[in-house]
Ligand binder design. Structure first.
Ligand SMILES: NC(=O)c1ccc[n+]([C@@H]2O[C@H](COP(=O)([O-])OP(=O)(O)OC[C@H]3O[C@@H](n4cnc5c(N)ncnc54)[C@H](O)[C@@H]3O)[C@@H](O)[C@H]2O)c1
Length: 261
């Protein structure tokens, strides 16, 4: 029985068999949907997250779904914790085939009321976190001479939204990080790409999706006429991590129902 994991598009059995996938920020929302999908497709999944309670809950759901999963508590803003997370994966599995760097935060504020602490929190989590995780994982992928890195950018990497300056800046930074790594590590058989979701129904986007003004206008905003679900992102994410994407490197794949069309 699969009680709490939502049904989604067809999965591809064994696509990630014998592969080790680290999903950072996998305790809930989009990261969870990606972890579930990878586990269903045969990967040994490690979910890392700052939220211990949700980590355990998600791991339990994946196990009930017959997936292989382990958890690691990690705050991506803290370098020693990121190093420990990667060392513990390598100690146990000796490799990392897929990195999903999904952890991120967002909070709106009018620009003139955006405190330095707010700015640092968003940039440290989204950009420095991605930098620290990538820097810790890459030496192992270089040794393996292969690896797939997927970073969580956004439509905001491309189009700015008002009252989200630190978030917009951070997501542009994450996209450029993914592109930089594509250029620098392609020669080792490592692919680095970014995902650009639009409006996806999660805890993070609740404040905007629940706004009455948004409900009135989203059908015009999104050509497909609906808000995305975390499972809508899991397919494109696993595509970028799969052998089908062996020649895809340095792209930002929008998953936005056509919002930026
Ligand atoms: N929901 C959307 O509409 C949307 C759109 C575009 C991009 N994104 C991006 O997708 C990613 C996932 O967001 P979501 O919507 O699923 O939100 P979410 O809040 O449901 O999930 C984010 C996860 O990141 C974890 N996290 C936060 N700070 C962390 C830290 N310091 N260390 C480790 N883990 C941490 C959280 O605990 C949580 O499990 C984010 O990077 C977000 O910016 C979301």
């Amino acid at each position: 029985m699969r009680p709490t994991i939502k049904a989604h598009a067809d999965f591809i059995p064994n696509r990630f068999r014998e592969q080790v996938a680290l999903v950072v920020g996998g305790a809930q929302g989009i990261g969870k949907a990606i972890a579930v999908r990878l586990a269903r497709e045969g990967a040994q999944v490690i979910i890392a997250d700052i939220d211990r309670k949700m980590l355990l809950k998600t791991a339990q759901e994946i196990r009930q779904d017959k997936g292989e999963v382990r958890t690691i508590a990690c705050n991506v803003r803290r370098e020693p914790q990121v190093k420990r997370m990667v060392s513990s994966v390598i100690r146990r599995y000796e490799r990392i085939d897929v990195l999903m760097q999904i952890a991120g935060v967002a909070k709106p504020a009018p620009f003139l009321k955006t405190s330095t602490e707010h700015y640092d929190w968003i940039l440290d989590t989204n950009v420095k976190g991605s930098f620290l995780v990538a820097r810790a994982v890459l030496p192992h992928m270089i040794k393996q001479r292969r690896g797939k890195m997927v970073f969580m950018a956004s439509t905001n990497s491309w189009d700015a939204e008002a009252e989200l300056a630190p978030y917009n800046i951070s997501k542009a930074g994450v996209f450029l990080l993914a592109k930089t790594l594509a250029r620098e590590f392609g020669r080792y058989g490592i692919n680095s790409n970014a995902l650009g979701p639009g409006f996806i129904r999660t805890r993070l986007s609740g404040w905007v999706l629940e706004h009455p003004g948004f409900a009135a206008k989203y059908k015009d905003l999104i050509p497909l006429g609906r808000i995305g679900e975390p499972e809508d992102v899991a397919g494109p994410a696993t595509f970028l991590a799969s052998r089908d994407a062996d020649y895809v490197n340095g792209v930002l794949l929008f998953v936005d129902g056509g919002q930026l069309a």
